[in-house]
Design a protein around this ligand. Structure first.
Ligand code: GNR
Ligand code: NI
Length: 174
């Protein structure tokens, strides 16, 4: 097992749309295990393959307090979205940015697990948010895309400033 590097916004690869997995084999399982290790190490409650530079439709989630309830999503599909809920989101690829996002409140997830078996589950609350956030990643979409133009422009400006500052301090240190 190994921890993987997490791509940072505005890395253009985060806009890549991932392709379906056609067989859940040992190679896929190895990636799943590395993604779980990377998610727990970050730490985060979810991670999509796009964030670690893979173009497979794979994500991992663990919203449990005890961090011992991993959920593996291979070729995930979101069915029957219902209701609407606003909650604060963050993303390991956009560190330091936390904003309220409105999404469907309840969803049904259909996916394959680590053994390639199909399952369905109904989710609400944080799990429903996280499922939708990860499937967005697999489609090259980020949570900041779901904010108003004004909010997004404010964030872009702040990130640009921060990057300039980080660059300056690296140069000063080096
Ligand atoms: O760790 C994460 N926390 C989080 C909080 C609220 C809504 C979504 C998330 S997902 C995020 C990890 C991540 O970036 N997954 O793609
Ligand atoms: Ni994310």
């Amino acid at each position: 097992m190994a921890t993987l590097d997490i791509l940072q916004y505005p890395d253009p690869y985060l806009r890549h749309k991932a392709a379906p997995v056609d067989a859940v084999d040992d190679e896929v399982r190895a990636l799943v295990d590395d993604m779980l290790e990377t998610m727990y190490a970050a730490p985060g409650i979810g991670l999509a393959a796009t964030q670690v530079g893979s173009d497979r439709r794979i994500a991992v989630i663990d919203v449990s307090e005890s961090k011992d309830d991993p959920l593996v999503l291979i070729n995930p599909e979101i069915l029957a979205p219902e209701g609407s809920e606003t909650s604060e989101e963050g993303c390991l690829s956009i560190p330091g940015v936390f904003e309220k996002v409105t999404r469907p409140e309840c969803v049904t997830l259909r996916a394959l697990d680590r053994d390639g078996n199909a399952y369905e589950l109904q989710a609400d609350g944080l799990l429903a948010v996280c499922i939708q956030h990860e499937v967005d990643h697999l489609d090259g979409r980020l949570f900041i895309d779901r904010l108003s133009m004004l909010k997004r422009q404010r964030i872009e400006k702040r990130l640009l400033k921060q990057r300039r500052r980080d660059g300056d301090s690296r140069r000063a240190a080096g």
